[in-house]
Ligand binder design. Structure first.
Ligand code: 4AD
Ligand code: MG
Length: 480
């Protein structure tokens, strides 16, 4: 941030003075001898006979600032110190001095201490001890104040920014696709309906719901994917991407599924399945490099406390080419492995998480892109291969997680697409505009979807997807 802009921010804060600094700046600049004001929250307080140590954080970075109150000249501060418990918000003013401790270069020697808001220890749920992630999910409004969730939040931010940077630097346009839609992008059901019809007295006609009375005059849902609309824009602007919320009403109670999640969906005209794989690989490598470089402090925490080996694993993904195999080859390799799986391996079945993990962790020891899935287990829009049985689908599988990206080359032949829509029992009237794209100036085009929370989970090593989104929506759970 330029000096003048940061000055403006400082003057905007309610309690700010001109020397107000964020802890990240103090720890990186070590402005010894300077008088500064810091605003934040108390993580811990520790007393000795002569001094009181406060660990203060302000969210700007992982580390806390050590704040020292000298008891010899602190009589007037004692009342404030008593109110200064874990979780209280404070404004401290004082001088930045060299720290005799080994944990930090500098600390703040207090001249003024103000408690802004108390956090009564009898009731404040976040005390010094380590809380379980399950417990923290129940207090999702307070968990961002913990080390882990602060780090997750900053890493999530770094990833989002890197994703936009990758696309913006490579000539893609950001498209805002609709949240409420009249079509089913994946053709697979599991959607949340959006309606203003009175549920206790639904208007009927000929034994069916009369959707002419509904808000949009037709049945509508929350979108499961922005892909179909992204295709509209890719076949006009060439290279586009979406980055927005998507919704799936699947009853999947797993550590990898959310009912509301964010998805990034690039879509490229004049691009076949091979170009699509190249894009996915280069994209993933770019954002992984960015997060290792830009969030190194938070990432060091995940390596140490959440997933040992995380950093070298991610670096290896950046450094080595992804394996590329067909579904048929994958099935052969799994069959030959002699491993006994819960879901027995057979051509035609969908790969389960156990198979994806076996492929990435045991057989290939790294990311694998699988193409050419049987058409029966993939969406209607994927381009049919010459064999008539498989489609140009592409799933990117990674160790520890399994599927992180799903995509395909799209069916660009009008007749074939229409045939597939009918074959899958979909209502062709709903897809008239999608079919039009194949009628007018059709081109080979491809794209994929990256689940943003799956990515954050993969990058941080967090075991449960509920812990990498601020307010998770899952079956029977939408408290916050
Ligand atoms: O494989 P999916 O269903 O593909 C699509 O939606 C395509 N329209 C994408 C495209 O080609 N433009 O979903 C894409 C990715 C998955 O690989 C996974 O990472 C994530 O979205 N995902 C989920 N993440 C969290 N919770 C869920 N319930 C998810 N379902 C899919
Ligand atoms: Mg998929």
């Amino acid at each position: 941030m330029s000096e003048s802009i940061s000055q403006v921010f400082n003057n905007l804060t309610i309690y700010g003075r001109n020397l107000s600094m964020r802890i990240k700046e103090i720890l990186s600049q070590s402005p010894q001898g300077q008088n500064v004001t810091v605003q934040g929250w108390v993580r811990t307080k520790r007393d000795t006979k002569t001094v009181c140590f406060l660990e203060v954080y302000d969210g700007s970075c992982f580390r806390t600032l050590q704040v020292i109150v000298d008891k010899a000249n602190a009589e007037d501060l004692q009342k404030e110190l008593d109110r200064c418990t874990t979780g209280a918000s404070v404004e401290v003013e004082g001088q930045i001095v060299p720290s005799p401790g080994t944990n930090q270069k500098v600390e703040l020697s207090v001249s003024t201490l103000k408690v802004i808001g108390e956090a009564p220890p009898e009731t404040y749920p976040l005390q010094k001890k380590r809380h379980s992630f399950e417990f923290l999910r129940e207090i999702a409004h307070l968990r961002p104040r913990t080390n882990t969730f602060g780090a997750v939040t900053r890493v999530r931010n770094t990833l989002a920014y890197a994703i936009h940077r990758y696309f913006q630097q490579n000539g893609f346009f950001y498209i805002h696709t609709p949240i409420i839609t009249g079509s089913d992008a994946e053709g697979a059901g599991a959607m949340f309906q959006v309606t203003t019809l009175p549920l206790e007295n639904v208007p009927m006609v000929n034994g069916k719901v009369d959707y002419r009375e509904d808000f949009f005059g037709k049945k509508t849902n929350l979108t499961v994917s922005g892909q179909l609309e992204a295709e509209v824009y890719a076949t006009a602007l060439g290279k586009v991407y979406t980055f927005g919320p998507t919704f799936r009403a699947e009853n999947s109670n797993t550590t990898r599924h959310l009912a509301e999640f964010w998805m990034i969906e690039p879509e490229v005209a004049f691009c076949d399945i091979h170009g699509n794989m190249d894009l996915a690989e280069s994209f993933l490598k770019f954002i992984l490099s960015a997060v290792l470089e830009e969030s190194s402090e938070d990432m060091a925490f995940f390596e140490e406390r959440i997933q040992p080996g995380l950093l070298s694993g991610l670096q290896q993904v950046i450094d080595t080419p992804f394996h590329r195999i067909t579904y048929t080859e994958a099935i052969e390799r799994l069959e030959k492995s002699g491993e006994s799986f819960e879901f027995p391996v057979k051509w035609g079945m969908d790969l389960q998480s156990e198979h994806e993990k076996f492929l990435t962790e045991k057989i290939f020891k790294g990311p694998v892109i699988v193409t050419g899935y049987p058409k029966e287990i993939k969406a209607f829009y994927m381009k049919l291969n010459e064999d008539g049985r498989t489609v140009r689908a592409m799933d990117v599988l990674v160790p520890r997680l399994g599927e992180i990206i799903g995509g395909s080359e799209r069916e660009d032949r009008y007749e074939v697409l229409l045939g597939r829509i009918r074959e899958m029992g979909l209502n062709e009237q709903d897809y008239w505009w999608y079919l039009d794209l194949r009628k007018y100036g059709s081109v080979p085009h491809s794209g994929f979807g990256l689940g943003f929370e799956r990515l954050v989970q993969y990058v941080t090593g967090m075991g449960n997807i509920r812990d990498v989104i601020p307010f998770p929506r899952t079956v029977k759970n939408a408290e916050f």
